[in-house]
Design a binder for this molecule. Structure first.
Ligand code: FES
Length: 163
């Protein structure tokens, strides 16, 4: 397991103390840590448990219940492809295969260069736009936007390529 640097540990502590007296602080704190660090390190759950006096098993339960939290570091750009029924029948599997090929990231994993993570998700409630893909939270719906999606991924690859 990679050890966290002091900056990350300070961020975790500051975030916990900032929200500890608010109502239902667990998800608030986890959201901020996920956004800043890209995942929820075990050390963060330990610190939350100590400061908030909540069993670590409960915090871990929240982290694993909600799909927006992850215990593994994600790539710089996170691509989610919906494989719910409406998206699947409209070709999301083909798009997923294409994205895996373009990015080198496996399904539900991260590319070796750390640039992309690909998540296969269930229905995200936007079936009218099927097939739905989101990149860093921006939604691309319908196959009409497939070219835009491909261009975005190619641009990210270019930007991140070593000079
Ligand atoms: S099935 Fe993909 S958004 Fe509903």
């Amino acid at each position: 397991m990679k050890k966290l640097n002091q900056k990350s540990l300070d961020f975790i502590d500051d975030t916990i103390y900032k929200h500890k007296d608010e109502k239902g602080p667990t998800k608030l704190i986890l959201h901020e840590i996920q956004r800043e660090l890209g995942y929820i390190p075990f050390e963060a759950m330990e610190r939350m448990s100590e400061v908030l006096q909540i069993p670590i098993s409960k915090i871990y339960g929240v982290v694993t219940f909600y799909s927006q939290f992850t215990t593994e570091p994600k790539g710089k750009h996170v691509i989610s492809v919906c494989l719910g029924t409406a998206c699947y029948v409209n070709g999301s599997q083909t798009i997923l295969d294409l994205l895996v090929e373009m990015t080198g990231a496996p399904v539900n994993g991260t590319s070796a260069d750390g640039i992309f993570s690909i998540d296969a998700t269930r229905c995200v409630g936007a079936c009218g736009l099927a097939p739905v893909v989101s990149v860093d939270g921006t939604v691309f719906g319908c196959t009409k936007q497939l070219e835009d999606l491909k261009m975005l991924v190619l641009n990210y690859k270019k930007e991140e390529a070593p000079a």
